[in-house]
Design a binder for this molecule. Structure first.
Ligand code: NAD
Length: 717
């Protein structure tokens, strides 16, 4: 053994031939990553290799299913709190080891047998060649975390695969399939998974024999890119136009910093270029966006871990049923079937069943079109959905999800009817958007088996499912519903019961803030533009058009009943007023905006001057608002209600609340969620802002929890 660490082992594969294996095999944890320990061991192992005299070539390998997942993102939180100059020094130290590894006096081949992402991909780049298994992935996803490759990745990729390909790989952060990586030159060969090691050794031997000019391959990376100034300008101009059409540099500054750094270092020798990369990386890592996106990644992991823990106590689910074949019921049936779960779909109208089935086949046909499925698979999936108009077979399902109209009387009747037909331990779940689960449970004989399972529209696309625990809901019912949501490919978050649960409870005060702005004279288009610029995928007027003004008005009534002190306005708002004029939003082609169907059959939003005339009826003032005032008022209403949900124990942690808002309503991910937003503004500043707008009503007033946090100098994270 040449080197034995806890994460890295170096040993001869063939001592006579001088071939060494540099193996990543973390003793702790299921994946290899560049954590502190691995970084230290890497430095030590390189120093030993530098002193070894009889090595002729080296293969970098992994003993895990994943090659190397990247840096340890958990460690980023502490690192990124350091001042930029300390980060810069730290990066140069790690890069020194990578550079020295690259310059070892023998050829090196990476045997990529799984995901080689971020630092894992950068590890392969310090080898001369890369051989990838067919099911491996390779990429540089760092910009998704608000940073960019910092172990030489931004320096080596343009030299190896060209400026355009490197910029695309870094800006999109995508994980390349091996065939695509081969096309752009990010890997040199793709082989069967079981042959990766043999092929890498074979290639290495050819390097040792002089059949491959590995030294020239290395030299390419050490020297500036081989493009003249005009070619470079063209490459950067085209790539920048494409990149910045997608990523707003103000929202995602890491992409802009990466592009700028690459532009500045492509003409420098490698060592100098690394310094440019390190300085720009340190800048990116200390932005609030990096803190938010790294936090988001960690929150996502925490939420998934919670779901996994819940699922341990779940009952088996082999068959499900859904009541209602409407927008949601149809979507739920499709989603269950597409994950292989048989599901009965019951409605009272045959036309609805037909609609539900045709929507499911449309979605499946699209997958076949895109090459993601086959006609045979599509047929098998469709056959898992069993449409029915009667309750004949309801003795078999393990869970029944109710998705009939949002009317408590109808829901109560349907739920108690079905309770008499199912097994004693069948879980009954309601997909209600707003009605309290504890209230609906009152009509049931076995309220412990009843739970909320709130999907979002469109079901196949929206990742979140709120699992709502009513007063009497059993732990097993929660666990089983969590497990089902996971089985359906969703991310469940468990919340306690109240009108609107977590996501809609927070969304209604936000719509309330919108209504109040309109009442006081604001322009709905300006509000939409401002909030979209702030980072929301759609502004509130557009959002309510998509949700449906009827659904909004109906939900608002339930919320007003539950939280009269802040969700029951003493005036008629714009949403209700437009609804009364017959405007339902996208579903009938007119809401705040007009909608036309485009060539692809998608609704296209158009301005409608008549809306302004109609809104005059609910406007009692003619104030104008600047962008900041709009943002502050909208965000205070949203964030305050999130904090109240934490205060009331509706949601257990800031991490879950933030994830729910990002996945459920599209809260700007680069802001990390409402709790992170408050933290980044500063709790004291945020409370002061609440005080400034306190005269507008309870929705804007700082919750007690925030005042206490402010006094104690606490933050959410
Ligand atoms: P929808 O009107 O599209 O569908 C309701 C379906 O229920 C109709 O097909 C109707 O025929 C059927 N139905 C009525 N009474 C029935 C009965 N006794 N037995 C069986 N079927 C019956 O409504 P939707 O938008 O799918 O909403 C369904 C539920 O999901 C509601 O509680 C709603 O609040 C909730 N939800 C809706 C959305 C959304 O955006 N649409 C999002 C989340 C949750």
């Amino acid at each position: 053994m040449i080197y034995q660490g806890n994460s890295i082992q170096v040993d001869y594969l063939d001592q006579a031939a001088g071939i060494v294996e540099f193996r990543f095999d973390a003793k702790q944890g299921s994946v290899n990553k560049f954590d502190k320990q691995t970084n230290n061991e890497f430095v030590e192992a390189v120093a030993i290799l530098e002193k070894s005299s009889n090595i002729k070539g080296l293969v970098v390998s992994s003993a895990k299913k994943v090659f190397i997942a990247g840096a340890d993102i958990g460690e980023f939180v502490e690192y990124f709190k350091k001042p930029a100059d300390e980060l810069y020094t730290w990066l140069l130290q790690i890069n020194d080891a990578f550079n020295r590894f690259e310059r070892l006096p023998f050829p090196k081949v990476a045997a990529v047998n799984g995901a080689a992402l971020g630092g894992g991909c950068e590890m392969t780049l310090v080898c001369e060649y890369r051989v990838a298994g067919v099911s491996s992935q390779i990429g540089l996803p760092e910009t998704k975390l608000g940073i960019f490759p910092g172990f030489g990745g931004s320096v080596r990729t343009p030299r190896l695969i060209g400026i355009d390909n490197a910029l695309e790989a870094i800006a999109t952060g995508k994980a390349y399939k091996p065939a695509d990586a081969l096309k752009i030159g990010l890997v040199d060969a793709v082989v069967a998974d079981e042959s990766v090691m043999d092929s890498a050794v074979d290639l290495l031997k050819k390097c040792i024999d002089g059949q491959f000019d590995w030294q020239a391959r290395r030299q390419e990376k050490l020297e500036p890119v081989k493009l003249n100034q005009i070619e470079q300008t063209m490459a950067f101009t085209t790539a920048k136009a494409m990149i910045f059409a997608k990523a707003n540099p103000k929202q995602y500054p890491a992409v802009a910093l990466a592009v700028e750094a690459i532009e500045n270092h492509v003409n420098l020798p490698l060592d100098e270029a690394i310094k440019v990369e390190a300085a720009a990386f340190a800048k990116a890592a200390t932005t609030p966006q990096a803190a938010a996106l790294v936090g988001l990644f960690l929150n996502d992991q925490a939420v998934k871990k919670l779901a996994k823990d819940y699922s341990k106590h779940a009952f088996d689910i082999n068959e499900a049923a859904v009541l209602g074949a409407g927008i949601m019921g149809g979507g739920i049936a499709y989603q269950a079937a597409s994950k292989g779960l048989p599901i009965m779909m019951k409605d009272i109208k045959n036309s609805q069943l037909e609609l539900g089935m045709s929507e499911a086949s449309k979605l499946l046909a699209k997958e076949v079109e895109r090459g993601k499925s086959t006609p045979e698979k599509m047929g098998r999936t469709l056959s898992l959905i069993r449409p029915t108009l009667n309750y004949g077979d309801f003795a078999t399902p393990d869970i029944v999800i109710e998705a009939v109209v949002e009317n408590p009387a109808v829901k109560e009747a349907v739920l108690s009817e079905v309770e008499d037909l199912v097994k004693d331990d069948t879980i009954l779940a309601s997909n209600t958007s707003t009605i309290s689960i504890t209230r609906l449970a009152k009509s049931l004989k076995r309220p412990e088996n009843f739970v909320g399972m709130h999907f979002f529209n469109p079901v196949h696309r929206m990742p979140l499912v709120e699992v709502i625990r009513g007063e009497k809901t059993s732990d097993e019912a929660v666990a089983t519903t969590v497990a089902l949501a996971q089985k359906m490919g969703k991310t469940p978050i468990v919340v306690n019961d109240c009108p609107g649960f977590l996501v809609n409870r927070v969304l209604f005060p936000y719509f309330g803030a919108f209504d109040l702005l309109i009442k006081e004279g604001a322009d709905f288009v300006q509000i939409d533009k401002t909030m979209e610029k702030f980072g929301w995928p759609m502004g509130p007027a557009y959002l309510i058009d998509v949700v449906g003004l009827d659904t909004g008005v109906h939900g608002a009534k339930v919320m007003a009943e539950g939280f009269a002190d802040r969700m029951k306005p003493d005036y008629k708002g714009s949403i209700e007023h437009l609804y009364e004029q017959g405007r339902l939003g996208q579903k009938n082609g007119i809401g705040f905006y007009k909608y036309e169907t485009d060539k692809k059959g998608k609704p296209k939003k158009l301005a409608d001057d008549e809306t302004y005339a109609l809104l005059k009826a609910v406007q009692t003032d003619a104030q104008s608002f600047d962008e900041q005032a709009i943002i502050d008022r909208m965000m205070l209403a949203f964030c305050n209600e999130t904090v109240r949900c934490l205060e009331d124990g509706i949601v257990a942690s800031a991490a879950e609340a933030d994830m729910a808002m990002i996945m459920g309503v599209g809260f700007p991910p680069f802001r990390g969620g409402p709790c992170r937003y408050i933290d980044q503004l500063g709790v004291a500043n945020y409370v002061a802002l609440c005080d400034r707008y306190a005269h507008l009503g309870k929705a804007y007033q700082a919750p007690d929890k925030l005042r206490q946090m402010c006094d104690a100098g606490e933050t959410f994270y």
